[in-house]
Ligand binder design. Structure first.
Ligand code: NAD
Length: 257
């Protein structure tokens, strides 16, 4: 499959899953727009090595005006976004009574509202060309809950709702919208939770990893960022044209229980 002449914007792509998706799309020849914080130069270097054109925009996705600037930047560099991957996400763990309002607001803004803003701004050009792929990063927590993750679970359930509405409103066009729902993926976001568990329970990282996976993921294996990149490529392939509005689990059996 070649994605030459297609442009992919992947939010939160300086690290973890987003970076893996950007590399998978770049390897198929797509132009890439990276976004996110941290070691930007390293991310640009990794994705550029595939030979595609790579641009970066520093939008803070909790800010709608930054998102407008990001979408304007994409249009000025490449005319339009053909593949939109709403991936950026943050996590905070606390019981409902202890959940700080600013953490709730930030998680809803980055994990849910940002996808609404990028989607509404990307759709007109996708409609004009009658082709587009919108891929929203869900989670097992888009389908089932865990304690102490009120904002994350609410935002991720919301992203599945947004995915379904987007898929229905574009159902007769060449634009599809789907969500990916991973269990544990080995990334900084997941490893921080394992490290916190190790600290709290005063156990080794290895023990905390086994405990974390053993709680809910029957395969006892992390999904890799490459696995997720390959699923994104399937959604972008011709065979994915009629896959619309699904929440595709990649969770080692977590939600089969
Ligand atoms: P990560 O922490 O490695 O990467 C998150 C990315 O989002 C980074 O590039 C970061 O800079 C960016 N980001 C954070 N806040 C931002 C903001 N305000 N504006 C712009 N960019 C911002 O995390 P990850 O594990 O790769 O997670 C990526 C997505 O996958 C998230 O939506 C997460 O909820 C989801 N997910 C992760 C797992 C897992 O186990 N790692 C499981 C299920 C779902």
């Amino acid at each position: 499959m070649s994605l030459k002449n297609k442009t992919a914007l992947i939010t939160g792509s300086t690290s973890g899953i987003g970076l893996g998706i950007a590399k998978a799309l770049a390897n198929q020849g797509a132009n890439i727009i990276l976004n996110g914080f941290g070691d930007v130069d390293a991310a640009i270097g990794e994705v550029s090595s595939a030979g595609s054109r790579v641009e970066y925009h520093p939008a803070d996705l909790s800010k709608p005006l930054d998102i407008e600037s990001l979408m304007g930047f994409a249009a000025s560099k490449f005319d339009q976004v053909d593949i939109l991957v709403n991936n950026a996400g943050i996590q905070h763990v606390a019981s409902l009574e202890d959940f700080r309002v600013q953490h709730w607001d930030a998680i809803l803004a980055v994990n849910l509202s940002a996808a609404f803003h990028t989607t509404r701004l990307a759709l007109p050009a996708m409609r004009a060309s009658n082709w587009g792929r919108i891929i929203n990063m869900g989670s097992v927590h888009a389908l089932v809950a865990s304690v102490n993750k009120a904002a994350y679970v609410a935002a991720k359930h919301g992203i599945v709702g947004l995915t379904k509405v987007t898929a229905l409103e574009t159902a007769t066009t060449g634009i599809t919208c789907n969500a990916i729902c991973p269990g544990w993926v080995r990334t900084p976001l997941a490893l921080k939770q394992v490290e916190d568990k190790a600290k709290t329970l005063n156990i080794s990282l290895e023990e905390a990893t086994k405990l974390s996976l053993g709680e809910k993921e029957p395969s006892m294996q992390f999904t890799t960022t490459d696995d997720i990149g390959q699923l994104v490529l399937f959604f972008c392939s011709p065979a994915g044209h009629n896959v619309r509005g699904v929440a595709w689990s990649m969770d080692g059996g977590w939600t089969a229980q």
